[in-house]
Design a protein around this ligand. Structure first.
Ligand code: TYD
Length: 202
């Protein structure tokens, strides 16, 4: 089973990924956790180029292709081998991030981003995607971070959120929106229940 996590900045994704890791460990379910961009040696080098705040001149198509390149490397080296070995794979961000950030917020359009990613993901689509459903105005993070994407303005991040909403509507139930609660344990249980109901975890 291939599970991905998505959401805008500062919605508590890392905390929830840690909770899921603990749960899978405790219940004896073998899982591999990875993140995007990165997760491989080459991918981490690409990550540095993408997120470096000095790279202000980066063209949106370059950005999209760099994310896709990091993704191909991760699929080849980590995701497919783990899935073939019968393990659960949990990825922090994946194709839906590219559609929301590069497609909607950068303005490349969802279709172009899907084309750029076609060779990467054609045989490797998530079974379930958990979307932590908080808009930028509701996010738990008070101050923006330092990387190139986090430094984009509120309008950019609102478009990211709208992009996700549009993708949810056409995802045939693959993307499951979950409204984070201030009580992290409540959110954790919502996520675990959603994944169990869909047969992604036990
Ligand atoms: P990261 O520090 O991992 O962010 P977060 O903790 O919010 O997941 O940085 C990844 C950044 O890259 C984040 O701002 C989202 C963005 N991103 C894209 O724009 N396109 C993509 O395809 C992916 C995977 C991430």
């Amino acid at each position: 089973m291939f599970i991905t996590f998505e959401g805008c900045e500062g919605v508590g994704k890392s905390t929830q990924l840690n909770f899921l890791k603990e749960y899978l460990n405790r219940t004896g379910q073998e899982a591999v956790f990875v993140r995007e961009p990165g997760g491989t040696s080459i991918g981490e080098q690409i990550r540095k180029v993408i997120l470096n705040p000095n790279n202000t001149e980066m063209a949106p198509v370059t950005e999209s292709m760099l994310y896709a390149s990091s993704r191909v490397q991760l699929i080849d080296q980590v995701i497919l081998p783990a899935l073939r070995a019968g393990k659960i794979v949990v990825c922090d961000r994946y194709l839906d991030s590219s559609i929301a950030y590069q497609g909607y917020a950068r303005g490349l359009g969802a279709d172009l981003v899907k084309k750029v990613n076609y060779y990467a993901v054609e045989n490797c689509m998530p079974d379930v995607t958990i979307f932590l459903d908080l808009c930028p105005a509701e996010s738990f993070r008070a101050t923006p971070g330092n990387d190139r994407m986090e430094q984009e303005n509120r309008e950019f991040h609102n478009k990211v959120y709208e992009g996700y909403k549009a993708e949810i509507a056409i995802s045939n139930g693959r993307i499951v929106p979950i409204k984070p609660s201030f009580d992290k344990n409540v959110t954790k249980n919502l996520i675990i229940d959603a994944l169990r109901q869909r047969g992604a975890i036990k």
